[in-house]
Ligand binder design. Structure first.
Ligand SMILES: [Zn+2]
Ligand SMILES: [Zn+2]
Length: 164
């Protein structure tokens, strides 16, 4: 598989942009996972490094295993392994889940919304910040007028808005 950074116009290529840091990855016939990225059930795309392992994750997985009728001994082993060395990355979590029962090899537990940095609100995306500002602080139209009054060209606007 060929992997190129940035925009690729070839029709068989896929490209993914991280909703958190803006990192873009593309490759031919690649899934987000092939490129070190994850996608949640609400279609947020993010680098694996932003994956969230929160305090309640183990309990939620255990509840899921019980619902699925997983053997109690296997669940106990999972719990003691998790407690002795809590996983920090998506691949470590996936390895542990697959260790519980081979049937979980096909289940995308990493797509649980609570592991997504956007769904879990670990990161608030710019569109939400802008939407909040527009609705609750100052309407977008006023901000636009203010920017146009203070900056006369793109460079000035960038310095004014982004500080660079
Ligand atoms: Zn990222
Ligand atoms: Zn999400």
């Amino acid at each position: 598989m060929k992997i190129r950074k940035g925009f690729v116009s070839n029709s068989s290529s896929s490209s993914f942009v991280c909703d958190i840091c803006g990192n873009a990855e593309s490759g031919y016939d690649a899934s987000p996972r092939d490129l070190g990225m994850l996608r949640c059930q609400n279609d947020h795309t993010y680098c694996e490094s932003h994956y969230v392992v929160d305090d309640g994750m183990m309990e939620r997985l255990v509840a899921r295993f019980r619902e699925d009728g997983v053997d109690a001994v296997a669940i106990d082993e999972f719990v003691s392994e998790w407690k002795s060395s809590p996983p920090k990355t998506e691949s470590a979590v996936t390895d542990m889940i697959e260790g519980v029962d081979s049937q979980y090899g096909d289940v995308n537990y990493e797509q649980l919304a609570e592991t997504c940095p956007v769904c879990s609100m670990q990161n608030i995306t710019d569109d939400c910040i802008i939407g909040y500002y527009d609705r609750h602080v100052k309407p977008k139209s006023e901000v636009v007028a203010e920017i146009r009054a203070k900056a006369t060209n793109f460079e000035e606007m960038r310095r004014l808005c982004l500080g660079r």
